[in-house]
Design a protein around this ligand. Sequence first.
Ligand code: GLC
Length: 551
Amino acid sequence: MPEPQTNTPWWREAVVYQVYIRSFRDGDGDGNGDIAGLRSRLAYLADLGVDAIWVNPWYPSPMADGGYDVADFRDIAPMFGTLAEAEALIAEAHDVGLRVLLDIVPNHTSDQHPWFRAALAAGPGSRDRDRYIFRPGTGADGAAPPNDWRSVFGGEAWTRVIEPDGSPGEWYLHLFAPEQPDLNWDDPRTRREFEDILRFWFDRGADGFRIDVAHSLIKQEDLPDLGDRFGLLPSIDHPHWDRDEVHDVYKGWRRIADGYDPPRVFVAEAWLDDPERMARYVRSDELHTTFNFVFLIAPWRADAIRTAVARSLAEQNAVGAPVVWVLSNHDVARHVSRFARDQAELAGFSLDDIMDRPADLELGLRRARAAALLMLALPGSVYLYQGEELGLPEVEDLPPEHLTDPTWRRSGNTVRGRDGCRVPLPWSGDAPPFGFSTNDDATPWLPQPAGWHERTVEVLDGDPDSILTLYRAALHLRRELPALGDGELAWLDVGGGVLAFTRAPGFACVVNFGSSAVELPVDGRVLLGSDPRVGEGLLAPHAALWLHTTG
Ligand code: GLC
């Protein structure tokens, strides 16, 4: 790895590129992205100017939930490659200066995991069942579930099993799909197993992990009913989200990560809307960072964004942690499409929240360009979701027969779910698969819109005004400018739908959220602008500027 230029730990200011591997690039011609495809594009990522990649789950999996149903945490799915290829990828990424974060899924396994198969076979009361959360049913003959918990994907969070003797038996908990039984984290064997999985990948050079639903592991012992407290964003003292005991798990993980040279790192996926509760995950002896979903779910309005940014900075900085800014990922509608909607109120973050509202995609793209400059100028670390550098919109009209998200099935085909942000990337050419595959005749696992010939890497690369050129310029400047990355910001009180802040030394970022041009509230030389039509001393509507200031 190249030597760091400052004493700041890399993860405090890293820009991490999220690779949804099945949709990044297909290196063996079967229409599914894979490790070979990712290896063939490491140079693209290094040139883009990111510091690290995070690879979504690539483990053997029946793919009931896009690979978040893991059957073996210590191997690679044949669809994606081999363990030897994974090791080669990590080494090659390091050679071009990219660190590699993997995805660990500790809340549940696949129902095809050997532990769950053994639990089913062993029957009630066995040690094997204790690895999961099995309970007798309620009501006559135990035919009703143990409590009223609901699956995030719709329906009950419990499924009843047939016992080895053929009789209807116990129920097991699954906060997600039935193919994803929840593990019992009160069992020391679960704790030992995951610590061992961490070491397995750290020993192979992985630089860290993104922790899937990091706030869900511990359940209140008596599994009380939820009543009206169902939802993705938890209340305080919720029986299965954000229990205090989860922090003991992460203190143990931190000790393991710190035992490596260089120390390995973690980023938590914890959907909490309370920055104070989020900050608890990143106390100095716990995880390093946690995604900032408060920023992600804020509507694109000066007041809402300023509140989200200011609160997040205050809470995370109070425990000495950097904020991790993120606009999109594989679970939410792409932000070009969210920002294409009226932002008067919370626009919602899933396709199903927004699709009925009128969309202006050109406006969405302008706002997305401004948002990129805003986000990359904020203090802390940033995660980019593959394709946002191409300005890809959500694919809102995937034919129903292609939808794979468990939400679609479990909602009785009413909630479309997350496939629309997972469509394979367009790299080059005029027709699908747009260079996504080494095989021009391959059928990508999700169909790409015909109009994406305008959004390929090949087309945008050659255009000085494209969003790809903007991202690349911003990422390279971010590395060069001492003011950016870790540190602090100072707000300028300008009002009127404009946000402005400075960072020392000599930097200002100004964002115009309004629909008419405004005078620049701060003097300086323009370093970069999201709208190439910006006039002297003026900032275009829906645009952002980076300035070199002398103050
Ligand atoms: C996380 C993942 C999501 C997955 C869920 C269950 O939220 O990001 O894709 O469906 O966990 O593992």
